[in-house]
Design a protein around this ligand. Structure first.
Ligand SMILES: NC(=O)C1=CN([C@@H]2O[C@H](COP(=O)(O)OP(=O)(O)OC[C@H]3O[C@@H](n4cnc5c(N)ncnc54)[C@H](O)[C@@H]3O)[C@@H](O)[C@H]2O)C=CC1
Ligand SMILES: O=C(O)CCC(=O)C(=O)O
Length: 529
């Protein structure tokens, strides 16, 4: 196997380079490349993995050139610099490290809150300028004050914990925060209007979504306590910057501390220059500890995926642990081959696919198996589809996908059945994995068989009549097509029968036409796996 190759295009800790090397992965560390999108587009085609922070923008245009790319790893939390739908459509896994920088970012929010309360940056600048303006700087205590936390997930709840330690009262608005969790972490769950009315300090910790964009706008600010102070260490765009600047001018807002901006890098911004505004250049995650954590974690996760297929913290695919990956692998292969078998036999539009998991396989990660079956099914028709992109492609094409899970009902410990519905017919194929780890076909359209998936196969449906097998075999022999394995099955004596023959090399079209012309043959197809 050739070594996978990874590009690091942002300033990750060098710890990541070492992990990739130790795991036997070739790595190019180009920490400034993320800013040069043309160069990135030019070279991305050489890499299996791309490790980034926030400077690299993984756009559809970059992805279009990413011929070999399998995984994008974000050393950090927010993935708004990655076009995930485009990555998914291209079959690229996007993973992040959801916890590695949470403490550091929460500490940055607390730091900014305290700095705001005592106007530390302005007092520092004035003192170092030799002014000694003791009477200019009059701060506020935070003890006993109310902190409003908008978004109480990983970082928000750490901020709440630290603020409680500083003897603040904490109210939180987060539609997904359960009352039990709120109680456990010692915060009062409130509605947003209530938070605005009560908070002396407000800190934001949500992702930027259609619901959270401008969650603090002019109306929201009008509903706040006069003299409120606002901290944003989450994402630019959560606060309407112009509305905030206006409110700073009228003193409705007494101060604001921002680490993130609508446009980054923020080299000019409407907030710059206002009194009691503190700005940092997206430093939330910038501590030695956090950068080491996220770099190590992303490198391990990407290596696991590239080398073993284990998937952790993916945003566009279910997680598969390192323990699950080897057990799942033969079933992924089985699901993909069953899908491929059904796909190669299907000539008209598919309206629905049902995938049934029976026995032990029903306990596994069936989402991953379904994706594999869909990719096998769609690839003969659409070409460039893989397990990551297949569910999206199926949905775009209006295909209904049903998953059925049930206890073992057959002789097999595990059985997967793929049933494809078209306008004209319904066709099922079933398979299992034997102890040798090889997938086997065990049922085609209700007819029992026992066949491995060969590289090149001929599938024939015929009437069960004497003489057919002899004629079929001599026809192949006369044409110089060597038979590797020969499998037969039938419904009943004289009824529908199946022949599934593995041959060496590809099946010439004229040979297939001759097979099709044999008197008992209903259908003859060349299949490849
Ligand atoms: N400044 C920096 O360098 C860093 C910024 N971040 C950003 O911090 C933010 C929070 O990160 P985490 O706490 O790890 O995320 P998280 O996913 O653990 O928490 C986000 C919380 O926001 C809540 N939420 C979602 N929609 C909401 C809405 N409409 N109103 C109120 N709450 C809502 C969710 O329920 C969740 O509890 C993210 O935007 C992340 O990108 C993270 C790390 C570093
Ligand atoms: O990598 C960084 O410095 C930014 C961190 C961040 O914003 C995130 O993890 O969401």
């Amino acid at each position: 196997m050739t070594k996978p190759k990874v590009l690091i295009s942002d300033a990750l800790s060098p710890a990541a380079v070492q992990i990739f090397k130790d795991r036997g992965i070739e790595v190019d560390f180009q920490p400034a490349l993320g800013k040069d999108k043309d160069k990135l587009a030019e070279i991305i085609g050489d890499y299996d993995g791309l490790a980034i922070r926030s400077a690299t923008k993984v756009t559809a245009k970059i992805l279009a050139n990413a011929r070999k790319l399998k995984v994008v790893g974000r050393a950090g939390i927010g993935v708004d610099n990655v076009e995930i739908p485009a990555a998914t459509a291209k079959g690229v896994i996007v993973m992040n490290t959801p916890f590695g920088n949470s403490i550091t970012t929460a500490e940055h929010a607390i730091t900014l809150m305290l700095a705001l309360a005592r106007e530390i940056p302005a007092a520092d600048a004035s003192t170092q300028a030799g002014k000694w303006e003791k009477n200019r700087f009059m701060g506020v205590e935070i003890t006993g004050k109310t902190l409003g936390v908008i978004g109480c997930g990983n970082i928000g709840s750490i901020v709440a914990d630290r603020a409680l330690g500083l003897k603040m009262k904490v109210v939180a608005f987060d539609p997904f925060l359960s009352p039990e969790r709120a109680r456990d972490i010692g915060v009062e769950k409130v509605e947003l209007d209530d938070l605005f009315k009560r908070a002396d300090f407000i800190t934001l910790h949500t992702p930027l979504t259609d619901k959270t964009r401008n969650i603090i706008d002019a109306d929201a600010i009008a509903g706040m306590k006069k003299g409120v102070r606002i901290i944003n260490c989450a994402r630019g765009g959560l606060v309407d910057e112009q509305a905030l600047a206006d409110a700073l001018n009228t003193k409705q807002v007494a101060g604001a501390a921002f680490d993130v901006f609508v446009e980054e890098p923020a080299t000019g911004n409407v907030l710059f220059g206002h009194p009691n505004v503190i700005c940092t250049p997206h430093l939330g995650a910038s501590t030695t500890e956090a950068q080491e954590n996220v770099a190590l974690q992303v490198a391990e996760q990407m290596s696991d995926y590239l080398l073993t297929g284990a998937i952790t913290n993916a945003l566009n695919f279910p997680s598969i642990t390192a323990e699950e990956a080897p057990k799942l692998k033969p079933f992924v292969e089985l699901a993909e081959k069953l899908g491929s078998f059904a796909g190669q036999l299907t000539e008209t539009g598919i309206s629905k696919v049902t995938i049934t998991y029976e026995g032990q396989v029903a306990e596994m990660k069936i989402k991953a198996l379904t994706s594999a079956a869909l990719s096998g099914l769609l690839r003969p028709m659409l070409g460039d589809v893989n397990v990551v992109s297949a569910p999206v492609v199926a949905k775009e094409r209006g295909m209904v996908v049903d998953e059925v899970v049930r206890a073992a009902q057959s002789d097999y410990e595990s059985l997967i059945t793929v049933t494809v519905f078209t306008e004209r017919q319904e066709r099922s194929v079933s398979g299992t994995v034997y102890a040798d780890g090889h997938p086997r076909l065990v049922d085609i359209k209700g007819i029992r068989v026992d066949a491995e998936f060969g590289k090149s196969m001929i599938y024939v449906t015929n009437e069960d009549r004497p003489g057919f097998i002899g004629k079929f075999a001599s026809l192949l022999g006369d044409a110089g097509v060597n038979i590797a394995t020969f499998n037969l099955g039938r419904h009943s004596q004289g009824g529908d029968a199946i022949a599934l023959v593995e041959v060496d090399g590809s099946v010439p079209e004229n040979v297939l036409a001759k097979v099709q012309a044999l008197p008992q043959v209903r259908q003859a197809k060349a299949l490849t796996f």
